[in-house]
Design a protein around this ligand. Structure first.
Ligand SMILES: [Fe+2]
Length: 242
């Protein structure tokens, strides 16, 4: 049977092509909601527990966010994803977001200590190793999840800081707004990278590897005493003595 060429009207009548990122975005939304729902009522936390959450959050974010976003920049291949991630990095650097977070932690008397850093060390290292693989789609997915979580987490983080006697909210105010746009932009970058990827794409469980590692790290920030079945002892170097 001979087929006639598709007209513009035919194309308009066709159902819209389902977005390839829709199911991944749903997974990420659920993961974010679960994390937020797991946050304990700030009123029922001790001052030390509140300080610990702010300190571990700072220990993870201050020195790593720009580094991981840079890894995303280095790994992507499309002009669109490059432009989107570059805008994100420009804002981080130009507006000194690490400095903003440090001021937030200082004002809440929650600058990370050695033990705060140690309590997230192993899970942080897992994310760093993953990021080092420079796998474009997986890192962009992870960063989209990170941005979305940060936005949703800001009111809780600000509440913790307020209860610790702080009135410094520049970090939480800025990130509660700008990261909504950043998340949407990163999903656009993801679409562009998926279009470049060789078909077929890896199964969702593999694409979400970075999301899962980051989710475990954030759980550690929120619930440091949570049972961790995969835990291995952290090896530390003991100096002195014999
Ligand atoms: Fe930021």
């Amino acid at each position: 049977m001979q087929t006639r060429p598709m007209t513009q009207t035919d194309a308009q009548l066709m159902p819209p092509k389902p977005s390839r990122t829709a199911s991944l975005q749903e997974h990420i939304d659920r993961a974010t909601q679960d994390l937020i729902a797991s946050c304990r009522d700030p009123e029922r936390l001790s001052p030390e527990e509140r300080r610990g959450i702010i300190a571990r959050y700072s220990a993870v974010l201050e020195g790593n966010f720009i580094y991981w976003m840079t890894a995303a920049y280095l790994s992507v291949g499309s002009a669109e994803a490059h432009a989107i991630i570059q805008d994100n990095l420009l804002e981080e650097v130009r507006d000194n977001h690490p400095g903003m977070l440090r001021r937030f932690a200082i004002a809440a008397h929650a600058v990370p200590t050695d033990s705060d850093a140690l309590s997230v060390y192993r899970h942080l290292e897992n994310v760093r190793r993953f990021v080092g693989q420079l796998s474009a789609v997986k890192i962009v997915l992870m960063m989209a999840f990170f941005e979305g979580f940060i936005t949703r987490f800001m009111p809780y983080l600000a509440d913790l800081a307020k209860r610790q006697g702080s009135s410094e909210y520049e970090y939480t105010d800025v990130h509660g707004v700008c990261d909504v746009v950043h998340t949407q932009e990163l999903f656009r970058a993801l679409e562009a990278e998926m279009t470049l990827s060789p078909d077929p794409l890896e199964p969702p469980a593999k694409l979400l590897k970075g999301v899962e590692l980051l989710r475990t790290l954030i759980q550690r920030i929120l619930h440091p005493r949570l049972e961790d079945p995969s835990a291995e002892p952290v090896v530390t170097t003991v100096t002195g003595g014999s």
